[in-house]
Design a protein around this ligand. Structure first.
Ligand code: GAL
Length: 654
């Protein structure tokens, strides 16, 4: 349980650095990330490096005893580089280019830009790679942020054609796989294929999907080129990238393949995230100052798996931010709570954004641990408190890594892309559906691992698959070989990997373990709400519903008011033919969890628990005073049973 901070020495007079470093250590901070936007200072003119200031910053921080995470500066190419190579600017879907004047203004497919990145990263890594205090490297910053991916550039087109030729080998093969006989879309050669933008009506969904697959691979290879340099010149240091919350533009499981990273770091902004995701307005209102109780946890549980157990918070909100539609001040206590929440879910490090609020430029309304006048901010004071508490508790400072949960929730990036490409109903969003299932599980007091479709499922008691566009033989085998209860949501097995409907009808390959056919699927406008009930809970289908025809041996567990089955099962496998409302999801998952033999609780609204080692943490995000579900003989290591808003406690069961 270590604390860190993001620091920008280049934004402050050098005379402040030593005092900043001293105060960081005094506060209980052990890690500091620097340099990720400082290219114009490292190389003010082409090939003219200026390392003096960074040498000084690194040694000042190192001398204070801080561990340094160095960021490669490739998210902000300097003006001279853009002037020399204007083609590195990314291109939007409408064909226009983004301008210089902020950040992330580069095309991930530009080979020229990639060469420039490898050059600056090599220079940096040669200089600092063996520095004993530089213990980790972050590549770039938030790849894909600000919708700069995908880029519809000539460079992307050229590389896309090569990617397609490698995948399909012959253009006839591609024409067949894409179904290009439809609307006379057949191509005579790979070099006549365009990017899927600027078409009068929808482009072919498989064209769009392959472009998304390609772009995802581009992001991964962009990182990989830098990671390879870092591995060579900074052996022993951890390599990481700071991923984002609720972000699905690239496939993070593929990104991390072949040891591309050592730690999955991600940037957690719970209040802003609560404002921007698709949540009911009453939830946004209720949790405006605390963040939704599952919004950070969802990504803690996702990145823990992506990092194969190792994850950090690289940037943690420390007060109001500047980029959501509204940016309130967090409820007193939340900055402290978010740190423990991350630790409870297994984080090794929680690093705050940023050391001091910057009085100029784009982020002047963004808080930090210090106010612009260098006094600790309210968030900074809460971090100081958390640091003191952790240092004083041998239980907290000695927590083991998070162990495997009993419940797995499968999240699949390609499914997100496929259902975005073909929403069919404007309110269908797969990640929102997955989040609703996740919330229901957490309300039942269950710990959850969010994993890929290729995970090892053998140890889980309950596996929830909120929807999975493409079923595979491997997953069918995993179902057969596990002893878990499985729940499949709507649209599972509804497509092949070539983006067509399986000829046996959805759910495709799942039929071998659960005989059912989806005859028709419909999206539901808000006024269409087929009703059903499950274990006495009355509710409705929203957004999506299917007409299911059960096969031999398949049981109908619930039906809609118009007679169509709502939920069917066969042995340990359930299939839900609709997007259920939240109460029904809860009833569905309670039933499955009971069948799996799991102990479930019913937490008061806004309360969440999470176990790490022998310690159970409870967090109150809600407005009411609630009691934590600790047993009578619990030994509290933090707080007490009674929790006000934004308060937490932690106990050992003795
Ligand atoms: C992140 C970004 C940081 C900073 C922060 C503000 O997305 O990585 O550089 O801009 O947001 O919340």
């Amino acid at each position: 349980m270590q604390l860190g901070v993001c620091y920008y020495p280049e934004q402050w007079p050098q005379s402040m650095w030593a005092d900043d470093a001293r105060r960081m250590v005094e506060l209980g901070i052990s890690h500091v990330r620097i340099a990720e936007f400082a290219w114009s200072r490292m190389e003010p003119r082409a090939h003219e490096y200026d390392w003096a200031w960074l040498d000084e910053a690194v040694s000042t921080l190192a001398d204070a005893g801080l561990k340094i995470v160095l960021g490669t500066p490739t998210a902000s190419p300097p003006r001279w580089l853009v002037d020399a190579y204007p083609d590195i600017l990314p291109v939007r879907a409408d064909g226009t280019r983004w301008n210089f004047g902020s950040r992330r203004h580069y095309d991930v497919s530009s080979e020229r830009y990639r060469e420039e990145c490898v050059r600056i990263v090599t220079a940096m890594a040669r200089r600092y790679g063996k520095h004993p205090s530089v213990i980790a490297w972050q590549t770039d910053n938030e790849l894909g942020c600000h919708e700069t991916i995908p880029s519809y550039s000539t460079a992307a087109l050229t590389r896309f054609r090569t990617w397609l030729a490698r995948r399909y080998e012959t253009v006839d093969g591609l024409n067949r796989a894409w179904g290009n006989v439809f609307w006379s879309m057949e191509y005579p050669s790979f070099d006549t294929i365009e990017l899927p933008n600027l078409t009068p009506t929808d482009a072919n969904p498989i064209h769009l999907l392959d472009f998304r697959r390609f772009m995802s691979d581009e992001v991964a290879s962009f990182h990989r080129e830098q990671a390879d340099v870092l591995r060579e010149f900074a052996p022993g240091a951890d390599v990481l990238h700071n991923f984002m919350g609720f972000f699905t533009t690239f496939d993070h499981y593929r990104f991390v393949e072949n040891s591309a990273i050592d730690v999955a770091a991600w940037d957690s902004y719970p209040l802003a995230r609560t404002e921007v995701i698709a949540l009911p307005e009453e939830d946004k209102a209720r949790y405006a100052r605390t963040g939704h109780p599952d919004v950070s946890a969802f990504d803690h549980d996702r990145y823990r798996a992506i990092g194969a157990g190792r994850f950090w918070i690289m940037e943690q909100e420390a007060g109001p931010v500047n980029w959501a539609p509204w940016n309130p001040v967090p409820a007193p206590g939340m900055v402290r709570l978010w740190a423990y929440e991350a630790f409870a879910h297994g984080a090794e490090l929680v690093s705050y954004f940023r050391w001091r609020q910057c009085p100029y430029a784009q982020e002047q309304m963004h808080s930090g641990l210090n106010l612009p006048d260098n006094q600790l901010s309210p968030g900074g004071l809460e971090v100081a408190r958390a640091a003191r508490e952790i240092a004083a508790s041998s239980v907290l400072s000695g927590l083991p890594p998070a162990s495997r949960a009993k419940v797995a929730l499968v999240f699949d990036y390609e499914t997100q892309w496929m259902f975005e490409i073909q929403r069919h109903g404007k309110t269908f969003d797969y990640q929102t559906l997955a989040f609703d299932y996740y919330q229901a599980l957490r309300e039942m007091s269950l710990d959850v691992d969010i994993v890929s479709r290729n995970a090892d499922f053998s140890q889980y008691s309950l596996v929830v698959v909120p929807g999975l566009a493409v079923m595979s033989d491997d997953l069918v085998r995993a179902i057969e070989n596990s002893s878990a209860q499985w729940v499949f949501g709507p649209r599972s097995g509804s497509r092949t990997s070539a983006f067509s409907i399986p000829l046996t009808l959805p759910p495709g390959l799942l039929q071998s373990v659960l005989p059912v056919r989806v005859l028709e699927a419909e999206s539901l406008r808000p006024t269409l709400r087929p009703a059903t009930s499950l274990h006495g809970v009355e509710g409705n289908a929203i957004h999506w519903r299917e007409h299911l025809q059960p096969g031999a041996g398949t049981e109908v567990l619930a039906s809609f008011d118009d007679g169509w089955p709502a939920l069917v099962s066969h042995g340990r496998v359930r299939y839900v033919g609709a997007w259920f409302d939240h109460a029904l999801h809860r009833a569905l998952l309670e039933d499955a969890a009971r069948a799996a033999g799991l102990a479930i609780g019913a937490l008061p609204e806004g309360l969440r628990v999470r176990r790490r080692g022998d310690v159970t943490f409870a967090f109150n995000f809600g407005p009411d005073v609630v009691a934590a579900p600790a047993p009578a003989n619990a030994r509290f290591v933090l707080g007490t049973r009674e929790l006000r808003t934004a308060d937490l406690c932690a106990w050992l069961e003795t």
